[in-house]
Design a binder for this molecule. Structure first.
Ligand SMILES: *[C@@H]1O[C@H](CO)[C@@H](O)[C@H](O)[C@H]1NC(C)=O
Ligand SMILES: *[C@@H]1O[C@H](CO)[C@@H](O)[C@H](O)[C@H]1NC(C)=O
Ligand SMILES: *[C@@H]1O[C@H](CO)[C@@H](O)[C@H](O)[C@H]1NC(C)=O
Ligand SMILES: *[C@@H]1O[C@H](CO)[C@@H](O)[C@H](O)[C@H]1NC(C)=O
Length: 567
């Protein structure tokens, strides 16, 4: 950047030799910066202290942890101790302190000997294993997802009524995938965002079924070597923009991009709803099961729209309580009232206090017997769970979840569904069965009052204080430390590695912490979205990620994968 300035400076109309020298010096400086960043990335002192679980083994602790209490003042009000000399290299000892008191190069010769000997006797078998590891799977498996395409498990389900067929069924240990998932034949580097919102290469997602089924509804069509997305959907054949305007006009409080920042689109099709909300500063996570419509999610990801495979069936979705400011279902074919309303109660869990549920369906509008009955069921159920029907217009009905527990407390005690038991942790989502009960809001009002976007991205939210983690007083400091750490690193990535030229679009942070990496990418104007994955093995920071206006999901990296391939 500085070098560019030198060129533009009015005193230097010609590139003089001294300018040239400057440029060389500056280049050298940026190279050193680059090297510095490269090394600081692996510097344990810069490594963030907060997300090592207390149960990590000695080996991993060495790699990641220095305890928070040593890095930051434990109490914001206590006088600051004099700064200690910073030890930048070394290893972490058993007391969690950085030390350079260790020996390099010493080893137990008998261990080496046994390894070498074993290798000699098993040399043949070893080679075979190696080749097996790098085999490419059959061409038909370009979109294979281990836990969702477990044919054997799926075939044991007789009906699709409850959708459990489409949930995770991971292969048994040792029976997992042992080959590399290939790219589709004729794969071409994806069309960059924002053009990809409207067109993608046919060869990258070569499925015609949606075009045949939904072409008339303006979802998707094929033109030569591309798919075209005109932006329509079953309930919005005239395009998503007009539909979004209608929703905004119906309920001005929704205020896309301010009050409503994070949305969930259920049964998203090719994700045009989410794709068009992006330009209104709303991040929408689009979800659909991997069912008869081939993999709709693959289209969404190819377009560069936040999406993942997920299904309302028998288990909680992998998002925390009060995650979404708005949840949308347009002809999503889900029977919300089945089994005592168990699915709408899951929506209720994930909906933020004061958040909106938008339902666009035939039954909102039609008065035939079947539709009428469905509407009455929905009206009845939503009333029983204290949602307020704010507006019903055409095919669209919009409800609002209460801001606090007053309505629940004042309900008739016999009214169904009941309030969930006090020991039910609403953020506990990994393989937790759905329950037909109302998740109450926290008594302290946490989650109900997030600041508007974009302020909330940089504001440590209330729910930071309720995460179960091994730091008590210093959480806000850790939050700020993480922000600063990722800002520094991303600054380097942008300026030294030219990340702006990479056209990053679908990004995954495999261990997201508080979402500092995603926030930094936003601040540096990288036009991408980040799937913030919070591993099961660490602290559940998902409520904080969502409160900041980012999206994320719980996952177990040691288990098996649910993510779609074109990430
Ligand atoms: C499916 O049906 C078969 C026979 O009708 C039965 O034995 C089996 O338990 C059923 N499977 C499930 C998951 O219900
Ligand atoms: C989206 O946010 C950016 C700042 O982050 C702002 O400049 C822009 O005007 C916003 N767009 C809309 C449609 O609100
Ligand atoms: C709502 O549904 C419940 C149970 O299905 C029923 O007992 C009740 O009469 C219904 N209430 C209204 C107002 O329709
Ligand atoms: C939300 O925050 C604002 C400003 O911080 C405050 O005035 C208001 O009372 C809060 N509302 C609730 C419900 O906590």
């Amino acid at each position: 950047m500085k070098a560019a300035k030198t060129f533009q400076s009015p005193d230097h109309h010609h590139i003089t030799s001294s300018t040239f020298l400057k440029i060389i010096i500056l280049s050298f400086l940026s190279l050193s910066l680059l090297l510095f960043l490269l090394f600081s990335h692996f510097d344990p002192q810069l490594q963030l202290p907060s997300f090592s679980s207390p149960t990590t083994t000695a080996a991993t602790a060495t790699a990641t942890a220095i305890p928070i209490s040593n890095a930051l003042p434990p109490d914001a009000f206590a006088p600051l101790p004099p700064p200690k000399a910073v030890q930048r290299t070394g290893i972490v000892d058993e007391n969690g302190l950085m030390t350079d008191d260790f020996v390099v190069g010493e080893f137990d010769p008998s261990v080496i000997e046994s390894v070498v000997n074993n290798g000699a006797t098993n040399r043949r078998r070893k080679w075979r294993v190696r080749f097996g590891k790098f085999m490419v799977c059959d061409e038909s498996m370009t979109e294979y997802i281990p836990c969702l395409d477990n044919v054997k498990a799926i075939s044991s389900f007789n009906s699709t009524e409850r959708g459990d067929k489409y949930e995770r069924h991971c292969p048994q240990k040792g029976k997992g995938l042992n080959c590399l998932v290939p790219r589709p034949k004729g794969y071409t580097l994806h069309i960059p965002w924002p053009k990809s919102r409207d067109e993608v290469w046919f060869n990258n997602v070569p499925h015609m079924r949606l075009v045949e089924d939904k072409g008339g509804q303006n979802w998707i069509s094929r033109k030569n070597d591309k798919f075209i997305f005109p932006g329509g959907g079953t309930q919005f054949i005239h395009g998503a923009d007009q539909y979004l305007d209608q929703i905004s006009n119906m309920v001005p409080g929704i205020a896309f991009g301010q009050n409503t920042r994070v949305a969930l689109d259920v049964g998203c099709g090719v994700a045009s709803f989410g794709a068009y909300l992006l330009s209104r500063n709303v991040t929408t996570l689009s979800i659909a099961p991997k069912d008869v419509h081939e993999n709709q999610i693959q289209f969404a990801l190819e377009r560069g729209v936040p999406a993942m495979v997920a299904v309302f069936a028998t288990h909680r979705l992998l998002y925390p309580s009060q995650a979404f400011d708005l949840i949308h279902c347009s002809s999503c074919n889900i029977n919300w009232a089945r089994d005592d309303g168990i699915l709408l109660l899951e929506v209720n869990r994930m909906l933020r206090a004061g958040g909106h549920f938008v339902w666009a369906a035939q039954s909102v509008y039609e008065h035939e017997d079947n539709s009428q009955e469905q509407w009455e069921e929905m009206e009845n159920l939503s009333w029983r769970i204290c949602w307020e029907l704010i507006k019903r217009e055409g095919y669209i009905a919009i409800w609002r979840k209460p801001l606090n527990n007053n309505c629940y407390v004042n309900r008739h005690p016999q009214l169904q569904p009941p309030i969930c038991e006090a020991n039910d942790d609403p953020d506990d989502v990994w393989y937790v069965s759905l329950k037909a009960c109302i998740t109450p809001l926290p008594e302290n009002g946490y989650g109900a009052n997030v600041t508007i976007w974009p302020t909330r991205l940089h504001y440590p939210p209330d729910r930071l204080l309720t995460i179960k983690m091994d730091a008590y007083n210093s959480r806000k400091e850790i939050f700020r430390a993480e922000s600063k750490y990722w800002n520094d690193l991303v600054n380097g990535y942008v300026n030294a590695f030219n990340w702006k030229d990479l056209h990053l679009r679908n990004v995954m942070d495999m261990k997201a912490g508080y979402g500092g990496f995603a926030a930094a990418l936003h601040d540096y104007g990288i036009d991408c979205w980040v799937m913030n994955v919070v591993p099961l093995s660490g602290f559940n920071t998902l409520p904080v990620i969502y409160d900041r206006g980012l999206v994320g999901v719980m996952h177990d990296w040691y288990g098996q994968c649910t993510f779609s391939t074109s990430g």
